[in-house]
Design a protein around this ligand. Structure first.
Ligand SMILES: NC(=O)c1ccc[n+]([C@@H]2O[C@H](COP(=O)([O-])OP(=O)(O)OC[C@H]3O[C@@H](n4cnc5c(N)ncnc54)[C@H](OP(=O)(O)O)[C@@H]3O)[C@@H](O)[C@H]2O)c1
Length: 408
């Protein structure tokens, strides 16, 4: 075949592929006809919210872009039904963590990571998968987390790896499921991996959760209660009604002048889970017990590396960690950072608790996909009471079982 004919044939196949009339075998995915057989009517395009530059809400653009394609055998392509908004999305929109994340992305020149789609979690349906993915099938409803270095889930489709997902709890809608899984893997990392608290040793633990009204705190209260721990939490007075529905043993208003002595009176605590950070540490650490652990989600690592570069930033963050640990030691405890870490095991275990009704979704507000900037504004302008969720396909018409948690 001469070069001209070969070129013409290649072009015919390429066009047929894009129009859905030619099926190209895919070496890494199971579906030989990716993307034709599983993709929507729009062909190979999807809608995604993206930022071309770091900044405020005005940076969001709804764009049409190609549906991501599986390039590694452990990847899974999900049609997103719902995703949530997390504080990290707001920060990443402003450039938070770019230096550290660019390393994970393999980006050496600042700015080359853009455009970015945010969104760290989703609930949806598997539309394709690599050949190393076992235990799920195309069409399976899953909940998944998306690594911060990857393109996110505020889109109609997202690529994740097999360790980022598990089967969606059957008793939840996609909107409800998307409200849980990022809080779940974050809390699992802190509780199970860092503090080594397990269902089998939790019953004799006194636990303090700082910030019980937020997305993470409202999940953590339920997980610790489900495992039989004695749970105290802090929140503002206006959040007490919401938090009391989660049945912690004690709720303490963090604005009361005697918050420190009140926590000491209820404590001391074997495990303090800090979802707030900042000045809160000053009074909360004093309620530590001998041999107990203070695990915080609020670490200066990203901010320091953004400011000073990877080496100096990591060193200065480590120095801060060392000093905090010394402080905690005075009260007999240890001070640790914790980061959300994807885990199929964690998602499976949490799904079981959800299916037993021991953990319920706390959905504060649901926004349609087209109104994603309003969803961001919702959590940037007011205090969270559970989670804000984006409904991507608009199929959540039934009244959810957790309706009493819906705040609006
Ligand atoms: N390390 C990680 O990998 C990781 C992962 C996920 C989240 N995080 C971080 O964890 C934090 C919490 O996340 P989230 O999703 O739960 O946030 P969120 O949904 O925005 O909730 C924050 C909650 O904290 C409450 N709050 C504020 N100040 C407080 C205080 N001094 N004491 C007690 N409660 C207070 C707020 O309500 P009021 O204003 O009414 O008090 C709000 O309900 C964020 O900083 C987030 O970036 C880290």
């Amino acid at each position: 075949m001469n070069a001209l004919r070969r070129l013409a044939l290649t072009e015919t196949i390429r066009r047929g592929f894009l129009q859905g009339t030619v099926a190209l075998p895919c070496k890494v995915c199971r579906n030989p006809a990716l993307p034709m057989s599983t993709l929507p009517d729009t062909g190979t395009k999807m809608l995604a919210w993206q930022i071309d530059d770091y900044g405020g809400i005005d940076r969001f653009k709804l764009v049409e872009k190609p549906v991501p394609i599986i390039t590694k055998p452990d990847q899974v392509l999900i049609k997103v039904h719902a995703s949530s908004i997390n504080p990290i999305d707001i920060r990443m929109r402003g450039g938070y963590g770019a230096r550290l994340l660019n390393r994970a992305r393999g980006v050496s020149k600042a700015g080359d990571e853009l455009p970015l789609t945010l969104g760290r979690d989703c609930s949806g349906v598997v539309v394709d998968m690599g050949r190393l993915v076992k235990g799920i099938d195309i069409g399976q409803a899953v909940w998944a987390n998306v690594h911060a270095a990857s393109q996110g889930s505020h889109a109609q489709y997202v690529l994740v790896t097999k360790n980022d997902l598990s089967k969606k709890p059957e008793n939840l809608t996609h909107v409800e499921a998307a409200s849980i899984n990022y809080a779940a893997i974050t809390t699992w990392s802190a509780v199970y991996a860092v503090a080594k608290i397990r269902p089998e040793n939790a019953t004799d633990k006194r636990v303090l959760i700082l910030g019980g009204s937020g997305g993470i705190g409202s999940f953590a209260i339920q997980l610790m209660k489900a495992w039989g721990a004695h749970v105290t939490t802090t929140c503002s007075a206006s959040a007490t009604e919401f938090v009391s529905k989660l049945n912690p043993h004690h709720i303490v208003d963090y604005n009361r002048p005697d918050v420190e002595s009140e926590l000491k009176r209820i404590g001391p605590f074997d495990f303090i889970y800090d979802t707030v950070g900042g000045d809160t540490e000053q009074y909360a650490m004093k309620a530590l017990n001998k041999g107990s652990q203070y695990v915080t989600l609020v670490s200066p690592l990203m901010l320091e590396t953004d400011k000073h570069g990877l080496v100096r930033g990591s060193l200065s963050a480590s120095w801060a960690l060392f000093n905090k640990n010394m402080q905690a030691n005075k009260f007999g405890g240890k001070y640790r950072w914790s980061f959300a870490h994807p885990s199929t095991y964690a998602l499976n275990e949490v799904a079981k608790l959800v299916e037993q009704d021991l953990i319920r979704p706390c959905v504060e507000k649901v926004f349609p996909f087209t109104e994603l900037p309003d969803a961001f504004a919702n959590i940037e302008t007011r205090s969270a009471r559970g989670k804000t969720v984006v409904n991507v396909v608009g199929q959540e018409l039934k009244v959810p079982k957790s309706a009493d948690f819906y705040m609006s």
